[in-house]
Every structure is written in structure tokens, then in C-alpha cells.
Ligand binder design. Structure first.
Ligand SMILES: NC(=O)c1ccc[n+]([C@@H]2O[C@H](COP(=O)([O-])OP(=O)(O)OC[C@H]3O[C@@H](n4cnc5c(N)ncnc54)[C@H](O)[C@@H]3O)[C@@H](O)[C@H]2O)c1
Length: 436
């Protein structure tokens, strides 16, 4: 994949539907494939972004289509065309890009076909089922020059971007270790196997880190993965599985078919990734036990660290340190946290310096909107997206590789180099407004 502008621009072809001439940014014409709950949230952000026209939508379920059309109507928006086969959207010359918030099994094949049809693809988060589907995506991006972005909203979260900015300015020293995770009690929803939620089936049948990207994405950017660094190998370990079945028993009742159904997914999955430059990353996946939400973020270097759950940053020489004396009269230093917010004024990332002055609308406190704006601006400029197919492949590979490691008793597993060696010469992308 290059950073060159795409030669497969659908802008060169005649459109089947013409928007009236108007001022403001050139419109980006979108199709949306997969009209579930996520799309309902994304629409709130999309409707607020200038220069976006949603011209076609697709789902295989009539109920999902009806709900989405109703949301268009309630917001006074022109109804998009409706398809039940996503390939019909990909054939259209008046669509520049597709969003793919389908379920986990279909993101990657649909995105690959979209690139092959010359459409930018914005895929939702999740993990891969196999390395093959990731290689196909990477090869499609390389051969077409069209970009695929994971809409990883957490990459645009304020604290993650603050830490990225501070790391780039050298405040953390040389990076040594990062942590992240998805710790979110979803058991009441994810145990509902009979409702056909794909997520429930993944939890029932698989055992690995199914949802690695919310924290791994920001960490990968902080560690320059695929641009001077890469994931080398991992080991993954699963605890026993109890939480999901207990939730199913509460919902369906013990002694019933669904209430007694076993789940393969360990309640806590711990994955340790080793990077080429020597850093380690610990990821935790835990969605089956009661607990408050956390992405368990931690970024630690030779001079300081950020710990999400402590709501604190410690920087040597800046944050408070108190010298005390032990019982023998020997001095020792106690380091104290600074509140994360105390760094906002000086070190907010330029993206947040711009957006903190505005009313942030849309899902997840506005970060959905930032990720979508990054994607849409890249499509409009026909440029590489700030999260590209190499990133998508590296981040999503952790899911199927953690499954392999667990299946083999926590054996080390190699992470493929999806860049085929280009990571050693690829530079950090610094130019664009949305660069990470
Ligand atoms: N970034 C975030 O914060 C965030 C939050 C929630 C969900 N998500 C992600 O969004 C995605 C969708 O989640 P959801 O909760 O909306 O799931 P969902 O199951 O409610 O919706 C998925 C929709 O895709 C449709 N679909 C599946 N295969 C299709 C195909 N081949 N063609 C057309 N339509 C197809 C399904 O019929 C369904 O309506 C998931 O990847 C999820 O992980 C991200």
C-alpha cells in the first residue's frame, strides 16, 4: 500500500445521482453495509458532519433496514437507496466509500471486495478469524492503492491522544511497557445465544482475545507499529469460564437448554505481545464478570507513565516526589500522581486542542465523530487513511493468534509482518490533520 493518491478513484466516473451544487466541502458519498445498533449510533455523528451524503444502505434483515430508514425520516434526511446484497452498493459509480459495521465474520471479506471495487472501506472494530482474511485485505489495499481504515474511535480519545503527544515530545523517555484491555461486563447481552447475536456465538465457541483493538490501536500508534517497530510474537492464557454461563442461568434458568449451555471463552484472557524494539504489551479481555468499564490503559517509559485507572500521569522531574527517611534514617523517594487533566492545557494533542473548543456531538463523547471525520477527509482527499490496512491486519491478527496460543497451552506464536519488511523504512505519518 502506498501513500500515493489512488488511481482507482471513483470520482472519475459519472455518478448515477447528482447532488445539487452548493457551498462547503465537496460531498463524500457513502454506502453503509450493516444496519445494526452500531449504525444507529454512527448516524448521529454522520448527520452532523458537513459534506457527507449517505446514498445507499444495505442489510440482510428487513427489521434493521426499517429501523434505519425511520432514523433518516426522523432527522429529516433524504432516504438512501436500499440493497440486500452489498455487492450492489459496490457496483455503484456514485459511491466513494463504504462503512462496514457488520458483524465480525463479515467485516474483512466485505472490506476487501470494497477495495477491489475502488471504494474506500471504513470497517468497525473486532478481531480476525484467520490470517488469510487479513492477508487478502492487505493485498487488495496494495494492489488497488485504495485505503481501508478501522474506525477505531479510541485512537481519537482525549487521554490516549494526550499520551501520544507527550510520548512524541519525549516526556515519557524511552518506552518500555504498555497495557490495555477491554474490561466491560457484557455478559447479560453476550450470553443471549438464541437471539442469534454473532457476538454470542463467538463467545460460545471461541477462546481468545476477541476484542483487542480499543486499547491496542492507541498503543500501536504510540509504539510506531508498522513504522519502525512491529509486533513480533505473543503468548495468550485463558482463565476458566464461568461468568457467561452464570449470566445465561440467570436469564434462562438453570436446567434449561440455553441456561446450561457451556461457553468456551475464558473469563479473563491475558495476552503478552513482544515488539521488535523490545517493548512488551499486556492485553486483558474480560467481558464476562461484573466490574466497571475500563480499557486498562498504561504506557510506561524510562521517565514516566500514564495509568488510566489511577487517572494519573507521573513524569520524573515534573510530578511531585517526596524524599522520606526509613527507620534507619536512609532517604527514599515516594512518587506521586499528577491528575491527567492537569496536562490538558499544555499537552492536549492538536486534534483535541481544536475540538475541545467545540461542542462534541455523537457517540462515545464525540470520539466516533473524530474517527469518522478522519476517514471522510481522507476519502475526499483520496489519501491514505490515518489507520491503514497494515494497521488493521496487525491489530486484528491478535484475535486469531491468541486463540492459537491458548489452544496450544499458551505457546508463543509469531505475529506475521504484514508489511513484508517495509516497517523498517516506513516513516511516522506526521503531515495530515488526523495523523496518528
Ligand atoms: N467502536 C465502537 O465503539 C463500537 C461499539 C459497538 C459496536 N461496534 C462494532 O460495530 C459492529 C456492529 O455491531 P452491532 O452491535 O451494530 O452489531 P449488530 O449485530 O447489531 O449489527 C450488524 C448488522 O450487520 C448486518 N449484516 C451482517 N452481515 C451482513 C452482510 N453480509 N450484508 C449486509 N448486512 C449484514 C446484520 O444483519 C446486522 O443488522 C461490530 O463490529 C462491533 O464490534 C463498535
Amino acid at each position: 500500500m502506498s501513500t500515493r493518491k489512488s488511481s482507482a478513484s471513483p470520482r472519475a466516473t459519472p455518478r448515477t445521482r447528482r447532488a445539487p451544487r452548493r457551498s462547503g466541502p465537496e460531498p463524500v458519498r457513502l454506502g453503509i453495509i450493516g444496519l445494526g445498533l452500531r449504525t444507529e449510533v454512527l448516524l448521529v455523528s454522520l448527520f452532523a458532519i458537513e459534506g457527507v451524503e449517505i446514498v445507499g444502505v444495505c442489510d440482510v434483515r428487513d427489521t434493521a433496514i426499517a429501523r434505519i430508514l425511520d432514523i433518516f425520516k426522523q432527522n429529516g434526511k433524504q432516504s438512501p437507496d436500499v440493497e440486500r446484497d452489498y455487492r450492489r452498493l459496490l457496483e455503484r459509480s456514485d459511491i466513494d466509500a463504504v462503512l462496514v459495521p457488520t458483524s465480525w465474520n463479515s467485516h474483512l471479506p466485505i472490506a476487501t471486495e470494497a477495495l477491489q471495487a475502488g471504494k474506500y472501506a471504513g470497517i468497525e472494530v473486532g478481531g480476525a478469524s484467520s490470517l488469510n482474511e487479513l492477508w487478502r485485505l492487505v493485498r487488495a489495499a496494495e494492489s488497488t492503492g485504495v485505503s481501508c481504515m478501522m474506525l477505531e474511535n479510541c485512537c481519537y480519545a482525549r487521554n490516549e491522544l494526550l499520551v501520544l503527544n507527550m510520548v512524541r515530545q519525549g516526556l515519557f523517555g524511552e518506552l518500555i511497557h504498555c497495557c490495555g484491555g477491554y474490561e466491560h461486563d457484557l455478559s447479560e447481552y453476550a450470553c443471549l445465544v438464541e437471539k442469534g447475536f454473532e457476538r454470542s456465538l463467538h463467545n460460545r465457541f471461541r477462546n481468545g482475545d476477541l476484542y483487542p483493538t480499543h486499547q491496542l490501536g492507541p498503543i500501536a500508534k504510540i509504539l510506531d507499529i508498522n513504522r519502525g517497530n512491529r509486533f513480533l510474537s505473543l503468548t495468550s492464557t485463558a482463565s476458566k469460564s464461568r461468568g457467561m454461563q452464570l449470566a445465561a442461568q440467570r436469564h434462562y434458568g438453570a436446567g434449561t437448554t440455553y441456561g446450561d449451555m457451556p461457553f468456551n471463552m475464558g473469563d479473563i484472557i491475558t495476552t503478552v505481545i513482544k515488539c521488535a524494539n523490545g517493548e512488551t504489551i499486556t492485553l486483558t479481555h474480560g467481558i464476562a464478570l461484573p466490574r466497571p468499564y475500563s480499557r486498562n490503559g498504561r504506557v510506561q517509559g524510562t521517565r514516566g507513565l500514564w495509568v488510566e485507572d489511577a487517572k494519573g500521569i507521573y513524569i520524573d522531574g515534573i510530578s511531585p516526589s517526596i524524599v522520606k527517611l526509613d527507620v534507619a534514617g536512609n532517604p527514599y523517594t515516594v512518587h506521586k500522581w499528577d491528575p491527567v487533566e492537569s496536562f490538558y492545557e499544555k499537552y492536549d494533542h492538536p486534534i483535541w486542542q481544536e475540538y475541545r473548543r467545540q461542542e462534541m456531538t455523537g457517540g462515545h463523547g464525540g470520539i466516533d465523530s473524530l474517527a469518522l471525520r478522519a476517514f471522510i477527509d481522507s476519502v475526499r482527499a483520496r489519501e491514505e487513511t490515518p489507520i491503514d490496512a497494515y494497521d488493521v491486519a496487525a491489530w486484528m491478527s491478535i484475535t486469531c493468534l491468541s486463540e492459537q496460543s491458548i489452544a496450544m497451552g499458551s505457546a508463543p506464536v509469531a505475529v506475521p509482518d504484514f508489511t513484508d519488511g517495509k516497517w523498517v523504512i516506513r516513516q511516522r505519518a506526521t503531515g495530515g490533520r488526523w495523523s496518528l
